[in-house]
Design a protein around this ligand. Structure first.
Ligand code: APR
Length: 245
């Protein structure tokens, strides 16, 4: 990709950069995205049938098993060159914030430090009643495991449709978006709120907004630069062009 020279020059001097990532960044690690037609996780289900408190109340075992299946899929996944390029960007830029909608933990696994997990982390499990976190639970495949403390059903520590995002992470994400010089939206369809509003908060603050995504999204018409392609290819090329030429 030939990145515009003014863009390269701007990035070399940028002090405050924010990156928002979505499932597209983990696609080249072999993990399905949500809305890619036919291959996405939602292709066979509707989100409200699996990722909502109502779904869990209605069919806790189906929801628990779906997340167990996703945890298994993530177990074999490794960060891809896109994750590692973001680690290098964090090391090169004085004030760098990585906000992710992904629950797979691959950014931290790759070495990113300042990560805000807006939608939680699928490897963490908590009690749906008392909120106690746990790393271990029974392996009875017939029933949803229960909390050692109160007997409540355990659930993945991810944000479901209709639930509030973790307050601290969201406030930090909004603060960072409002203060940055460059805001990247990478591998996300930009349709789920409030994450999708961060790019607009940055734009209203006068930030340069950049999209790196496999295909155009509703955000594309409102960004300063749109690079369409695979993040696992474009991000290493960008890091090379800016910091290793
Ligand atoms: N490189 C870059 N972009 C990619 C790649 C890739 N290799 N593969 C797919 N994409 C793009 C797709 O074109 C799509 O626009 O990544 C985007 C993924 O969009 P979604 O599947 O909607 O995932 P995401 O934006 O992360 O969803 C946001 O919605 O379902 C909820 O909580 C869930 O965090 C998720 C949120």
């Amino acid at each position: 990709m030939n990145f515009p020279s003014d863009f390269i020059r701007f990035l070399t001097t940028a002090e405050q950069v924010v990156v928002l990532t979505g499932a597209g960044v983990s696609q080249e690690s072999g993990l399905r995205t949500f809305r890619d037609a036919q291959t996405g996780l939602w292709a066979q289900y509707k989100p409200e049938d699996l990722a909502s408190p109502e779904a869990f109340a209605r069919a806790p075992k189906l929801v628990w098993d779906w997340y167990a299946w996703r945890r298994e899929a993530i177990k074999g996944a490794r960060p891809n060159p896109g994750h590692y390029a973001l680690v290098e960007m964090e090391n090169r830029i004085p004030n760098f914030t990585l906000i992710t909608q992904n629950v797979d933990g691959l950014h931290r696994f790759a070495g990113s430090k300042n990560v805000l997990e807006l939608h939680g982390n699928i490897q963490r499990v908590r009690c749906s009643e008392c909120g106690m976190f746990t790393e271990t639970w029974g392996d009875d495949t017939e029933a949803v495991p229960v909390c050692h403390e109160c007997g409540g059903l355990l659930r993945p520590d991810v944000v479901w449709f209709g639930e509030a995002l973790p307050r601290g992470e969201l406030e930090a994400a909004v603060r960072a978006a409002r203060a940055c010089q460059v805001f990247f939206s990478i591998g996300t369809s930009g349709v789920v709120q409030p994450a999708a509003s961060l790019a607009h908060a940055a734009r209203n603050n006068g930030s340069v907004v950049v999209e790196i995504n496999a295909e155009p999204t509703p955000l594309t018409p409102r960004v300063d630069y749109a690079f369409h392609g695979k993040s696992g290819e474009l991000l290493p090329e960008l890091v090379k062009a800016v910091w290793r030429n």
